[in-house]
Design a protein around this ligand. Structure first.
Ligand code: LCS
Length: 403
């Protein structure tokens, strides 16, 4: 099938932008592990640097990376993609493209720690102005806009509070003020949410997470809705040098083939685990947009195809009990990151979000007792058993400690 743009989600993931290698017929995209490309003559070299089709130098473009860019761009309904060496490289290329010394950014107050702290610690050095707001209440976004706001930047679901922002309404608000809307779609993955279809201008991904899915690659991607925006970002991205290595691209191409299967299974596990935790007497609270009593359950259903595979919760006994819990798991791995085939558990306040100032962290809802579990594809019963025994240890030791 040449055009899979109207095919079902799994077909699009497996075949989108892919074709057998024109030179050899290889079904799996070869790794074009080369830094540069020979020109047949001076005219061809000059033509390629003048804009003609064809590769020049891997930092500027590579066939293996291009195959992945076509694939993710198709999944995100964008005009094209730019592979990045990491999620942070993708995010910084977007920031750098649109933020200069006269610019202002409105960003969601709850997002992956470094996506926020890099703005606060580095971009302020160049005079960039910024306002962080709880974007789940869109009035906050509207109020924060200034005449020089160039970019509205949101993460939805947000890391780690899973707070959602209404993408379509946020896009209208940003566009009304002449700003672009960029969305970090890492937590949902293109399988569950497509911000460009809802009106966003740019999507960024940490492909380290669900897209690659095997906890063996760090990678990122930028997708834009319009060519002009993509080309502006491309100029910055290739000169900053945050582009992808072809071997990295090949690994992600391999991982992404099972994106739909993995997300479906991990989400099923997450849903069951959220209900289990909600019923557990030692669990103080559970936050998962798939729970029908979650305050943003309706928004989740409106803009996502499912709630995803991350669950947050607090253990009775607070921070100390939570720490004992993450020390006690045996099947889940105590590690940061998410979206892999295996279940990972972490404590955002002391790990992924430790760099965010205490007051700002608490204001964003990242409380000290918050435990984040990134649910994987193991057998559900084994995951439940593991959490059951860890909860028991966390709370029994608390009682023993109190004696
Ligand atoms: N965006 C989100 C939403 C993320 O969760 C992360 C990393 C990034 C961007 C950055 O991507 P990277 O450069 O690492 O590919 N999130 C992590 C986390 O929650 N634990 O470890 C990394």
């Amino acid at each position: 099938m040449d055009d899979v743009s109207r095919a079902g989600p799994h077909t699009r993931i497996i075949h989108g932008g892919q074709q057998a290698d024109p030179h050899t017929g290889a079904v799996s995209m070869p790794i074009y592990q080369t830094s540069t490309f020979a020109f047949t003559d001076a005219d061809e070299g000059a033509a390629r640097f003048g804009g003609a089709a064809g590769c020049k130098y891997t930092r500027l473009g590579n066939p293996t990376t291009a195959a992945l860019e076509r694939n993710v761009a198709l999944l995100e309904y964008g005009c094209g993609g730019l592979g990045a060496s990491s999620g942070m490289a993708a995010i910084n290329s977007v920031y750098l493209t649109f933020l200069d010394s006269d610019a202002h950014i409105v960003a969601t107050d709850c997002m992956y720690g470094p996506s926020r702290t890099v703005l606060e610690t580095e971009y302020t050095r160049f005079g960039v102005q910024m306002t962080f707001v709880d974007s789940s209440h869109l009035d906050n976004v509207a109020r924060a806009l200034r005449p020089n706001t160039k970019l509205v930047y949101i993460e939805t679901p947000a890391n780690p509070t899973l707070k959602l922002t209404d993408i379509a309404r946020c896009a209208d608000i940003a566009h009304g003020a002449g700003a672009l809307l960029a969305v970090d779609n890492t937590f949902a993955s293109p399988y569950l949410q497509n911000p460009l279809q809802l009106g966003a201008d740019i999507v960024v991904h940490s492909m380290t997470k669900f897209i690659n899915g095997h906890t063996d690659v760090v990678a990122g991607m930028i997708v834009a809705r319009e060519e002009e925006v993509l080309e502006r970002i491309r100029k910055v991205h290739v000169n900053i040098g945050g582009t992808m290595d072809p071997h990295q691209a090949w690994l992600v191409l391999r991982g992404i083939k099972t994106l739909g299967l993995r997300v479906e299974r991990a989400q099923e596990n997450a849903r069951a685990l959220a209900y289990f935790l909600q019923r557990h007497s030692e669990v103080a609270w559970v936050n998962y947009p798939g729970l029908v009593d979650h305050p943003q359950h309706a928004l989740m259903k409106q803009q996502m195809r499912g709630p995803g595979a991350i669950v947050c919760f607090g253990v009775r006994g607070g921070l100390e009990a939570g720490r004992r819990l993450i020390d006690s798991v045996e099947l889940a791995t105590l590690a940061v990151s998410l979206g892999g085939i295996e279940t990972l558990i972490e404590h955002p306040a002391s790990m992924t979000h430790a760099g965010v100032a205490l007051e700002e962290r608490l204001k964003a809802g990242i409380t000290d007792d918050l435990v984040r579990i990134a649910v994987g594809c193991e057998d559900y019963d084994d995951l439940e058993k593991d959490l059951e025994q860890a909860l028991e240890k966390a709370t029994t030791e608390a009682v023993a400690g109190a004696r």
